[in-house]
Design a protein. Sequence first.
Length: 338
Amino acid sequence: MDPLNRVTVVAPVNIAVIKYWGKRDEKLILPINDSVSITLDTSIMRAKTTVCSQPDFSENQLWLNGIKTSFTNPRLLNCLEKIKHLAADQQSVDPAVLSWKIHICSENNFPTAAGLASSAAGYACLVIALAKHYKIKTDLSILARIGSGSACRSVFGGFVRWHAGVESDGSDSRATQIADSSHWPEMRALILVVSDNKKHTSSTIGMMNAVKTSDLIKYRAEYCVPKRTDKMCEAILKKDFVKFAELTMKDSNQLHAICLDTYPPCVYMTDVSHKVVEMVHAYNDMCGEIKVAYTFDAGPNACLYLLNADVPRVLTLIKHLFPSSSSDFVTGLGDVEE
Ligand code: 2P0
């Protein structure tokens, strides 16, 4: 036991291949459709959180990437309150511990809020650390979801599905593992950092506007995603890269089509992002089959999924077409580290 009662957890980033975009309940963070993601190796992109509570702490305090930040974020307060309630119900710690103030220190090793899934790793990490600190037993993906939707997928390694669920209390809106991180060892993610500027419209606002104004999003959630999700799970289990890659690219394109169908439109991809799309299609055409897939979240940065054997050739191509790019990196699949 740490004499200062500290708990440290490292949680990975996940990058969706079937995207979460749109909520049916803003407060409980319940999505309108299932999503599927891959959890990346923590050596390159991860969040690290330490929590500590002491009888002599006078106030709750939070540090994000070394900067003291006010402890007022409603989602953070909500997660902490829910976890303390569970600890009280489960009598998992001495009641005095629940009255002590807490210090939370969290850092990412990659650009925050640049569409690189920082909230997913951050909230997964926070919830796992708090659950450990207060010794509670519960479905951590449900707790992480309350912090940030995509965070529910980062509590598992490997290939993960977030089930939208049908219950209004969110009790069935949780993530499950499709296959663990050793299932497809050749799978690699290549992250192309187009820009590390903070995004102009947060995912939360972007998806709220989409639900309010886009007709396409209803079609997507009702008719496209259910079929696509089942096909994606099948492609992952069979390690069918061609099918996996085609579904990944189509789903990314549909997300950004919905962003354009939002009124006023929400544009996350830049000219450079579109050049990456062109490059991938040209490369696949040249190879005569799909060897690389792109996917873009709420930002201009690309995540390319490819198999290990293709990494050297694709990296050479990127260096040739984007000579000024310096911060691209390749990573495999990973797990939470406690
Ligand atoms: C995803 N994204 O599936 C999609 C694709 C971005 C594009 O989940 O409001 O930060 O905290 O639930 O989880 C980003 O949304 O949004 C996201 P909230 P979150 O990864």
